[in-house]
Every structure is written in structure tokens, then in C-alpha cells.
Design a binder for this molecule. Structure first.
Ligand SMILES: [Zn+2]
Length: 224
């Protein structure tokens, strides 16, 4: 299967301006779909070509096989991680892989089929930081619609200060809040999660946070 995410600059449509009064929300949603959709050229079941059409009874265009009729649904992916504490310090990993190689992150990654979200958080902490974490509660859910992702962070703790560099990390460390390398964090969702976490911690009361991240750089807009 040949699958290529459409980069903003390659899109056939431009995102309608958002700053104009009374913007056409429907048109904007259509444009966002065109910017974020995945291109599939061949059927994953039979190898024939596909058409990008709205299947009967559906409301959005999908890649539909011209031979066997298989509909290739593409849906957002869930990234799961955890803010894990030990003795007031927070576990961070410095990424050994792209994107954002060399930047610090909370242990997190794509959920696998067949596992629960809490199991995914525990697995990622083990893979990236060789840490056995105890999950306490869901903490933040952050939609990143322009890249078709939802980031879910738990809060939890390490039973013991035992961790090591996992395969996807260059370095793993516990950071006191004052020592967190804010300018070297990997992703905006990680920054947002840590900010909210530390704010809740200062108040002595944790709540669940939901947020949405917009694109940092707006795609080219329609002229005139
Ligand atoms: Zn097919």
C-alpha cells in the first residue's frame, strides 16, 4: 500500500481564512479534510486502483476500491502517555528518533491494537524509559486535528526511582519542576500537559483537562 500524508503545501485547496467575520464553517471543515486526508493509491485487499468518492449512505469521501468495493476508512490515531512522578520529580525522555530528535518528551506513543489506553501508557514508559509506572488517573486529552491525532495523558508515578535509556531515547531523567527544560520540549501537547499538571499540583488538586491545538503555521490562503 502506498500511503502519503498530504502536506499543507501540496494541497489542491487552501484553507479559508479564519479571521474573517462570519466565516463559512462548512467550507473550512471541507478544506481541513482535504489538508489532513491520507492518499491511498491501491486497494489494501486486492491491489486494484481506488476512487476517492462518497460511498452510499456515507457523508464523507473515502478511498473505495474500483474492483472489490473495499472502503478504506482513515480515522485519527491516539497517542498515549503519562506524567509520572517520583519524589516530586517528573520523568522525561530525550528523543532518539524523529520527529523532534534530541528534544525532551513525556513517555508517550501510538496506541497498539488490542491494548487498553492505560496499558499503552505503561508500555510506552517501559519502552522509552525502562520505567514501571503506576497509573493514577486520566489527566489531559488534547485534540490535534490538523495531524489527525488525539493525545491522551495519564498522571501516575514510579514505584521506585528505577529507569534507564530505552530504545527510542537518548537520555532519561527525573526533573524537579524548576529544572524542566521548557525550551527543549518536543511537542506543544507535552508543554501544555506539563503546564496544567504543575498548575494543578500547586493548587493541591488535579482535574481533567481537555484542549485543542491549532496549526502553528497556517497553510497558504486563497488570494483575493
Ligand atoms: Zn480491492
Amino acid at each position: 500500500m502506498y500511503v502519503t500524508p498530504i502536506a499543507a503545501g501540496q494541497s489542491q485547496k487552501s484553507l479559508p481564512p479564519t479571521a474573517t467575520a462570519g466565516g463559512d464553517f462548512g467550507a473550512r471543515l471541507d478544506a481541513i479534510h482535504s489538508l489532513t486526508r491520507i492518499v491511498i493509491s491501491y486497494c489494501t485487499r486486492c491491489g486494484a486502483g481506488v476512487s476517492f468518492i462518497i460511498p452510499a449512505g456515507d457523508s464523507l469521501p473515502r478511498h473505495v476500491c474500483t474492483a472489490c468495493g473495499h472502503v478504506h476508512y482513515e480515522n485519527p490515531r491516539l497517542v498515549v502517555g503519562c506524567v509520572a512522578e517520583y519524589a516530586g520529580q517528573i520523568l522525561l525522555c530525550r528523543r532518539a528518533i524523529e520527529p523532534r530528535l534530541g528534544f525532551w518528551t513525556l513517555p508517550a506513543g501510538f496506541m497498539e491494537n488490542g491494548e487498553s489506553s492505560a496499558a499503552a501508557a505503561r508500555r510506552e514508559a517501559w519502552e522509552e524509559a525502562r520505567a514501571r509506572i503506576i497509573i493514577d488517573a486520566p489527566f489531559a486529552m488534547i485534540s490535534v486535528a490538523h495531524i489527525n491525532q488525539v493525545h491522551l495523558f495519564y498522571r501516575g508515578r514510579l514505584a521506585a526511582p528505577e529507569y534507564a535509556v530505552g530504545e527510542e531515547s537518548l537520555e532519561v531523567a527525573l526533573f524537579a519542576p524548576a529544572a524542566i527544560p521548557w525550551t527543549e520540549l518536543s511537542f506543544r501537547s507535552v508543554t501544555l500537559c506539563l503546564e496544567r499538571y504543575l498548575a494543578d499540583r500547586r493548587q493541591g488538586h488535579y482535574t481533567f483537562h481537555e484542549a485543542e491545538l491549532e496549526p502553528l503555521v497556517q497553510p497558504p490562503q486563497r488570494q483575493g
